[in-house]
Write a protein that binds this ligand. Sequence first.
Ligand code: SF4
Ligand code: SF4
Length: 339
Amino acid sequence: MIIRKAAVAKFLDGLLKEYAVYIPRRREGYSEYTPLDPGSGYFWQGLNTQKPPKELLFPHGETLYSYRLRSDGVELRTHFDEEKRVLFGIRPCDAKGFCYLDRVFTRQDYQDVYYQTRRNNTVLIGLACLAPTTTCFCTSLGGGPFDTEGLDLLWVDLGERYAVRVLAPKGEALIKGRPEFVPAGEADWQAVRELEGGALGKMAPVLDLSGLKKRLDENYSDSVWDRVFEKCIGCAACTYLCPTCHCFDLSYEVEGSQGLCVRTWDSCAFPLFTLHASGHNPRPTGKERFRQRVMHKFRYFVENWGVMSCVGCGRCIIHCPVNLDIRDVLRQIIAGVSA
Ligand code: SF4
Ligand code: SF4
């Protein structure tokens, strides 16, 4: 299908009758997905947001349930977020990131109903990347600037218009009968193919990660770990900004006879993450914590789910305060201690 750019704001406003619509926006000093206000239009220039859309399905902090003790028992209330929402302009790497969160939160033996409720109520409209930047390495991890995994629609910028690929029933239902959309012609799809070729041509050479898992299986005690973590100051920006990181903590806030169970993001970069009540910490220094981040993403996740838990979005490279580049780390690990 095709939609003119001039008609996009009207289309998005129309969605507001049924959905909350989130769009990428620049804030002071950073960018993130924010709710669209009626009539506010859609203006976004830039590749991807600093904060991934992860928190719209897996919030940084959320109340799971609350309770109140009564004379005849306990009153318990669960807090589900059932807002119907559309995420507009999500990049293919971030959509793929949701597929990895799905593996963790919607698996058969453990269903996270909080995440699952949001996921079921969310439609993902993707925007193909025409000009990947130097920190993008999605093609090294099975993705690509026009990748469709996890998306319901993929939009491609053709200048004054967008070409729209329908990928899933949720996407089809969203645009069905909408007068802003007209069928695309063969020339439009040819233009899409050319743009995809151009975007792929701008990507950095693919990083060969084929030997990585085997190296990680063997190198737990290698001296390579003494070297690669050295710059890391343990700020956790890389995990908080990562679309696939999903560790969390549960805490209980109690006041008198009532209380809340609250879930907040946590990070393997923090010393407290593994601190035992005894005072013992099995990951006592930055070296063990950094190794855990790499091992979880590129070894344990592969063992559990068959894929590396990284989509190559590059956020951890762009925003690391000490310029620690995960691609360099992986290269050093593959090369081994003599690198
Ligand atoms: S963002 Fe950089 S310094 Fe901060 S925890 Fe991650 S690797 Fe370490
Ligand atoms: S590890 Fe870095 S590049 Fe990979 S998905 Fe996370 S933030 Fe993006």
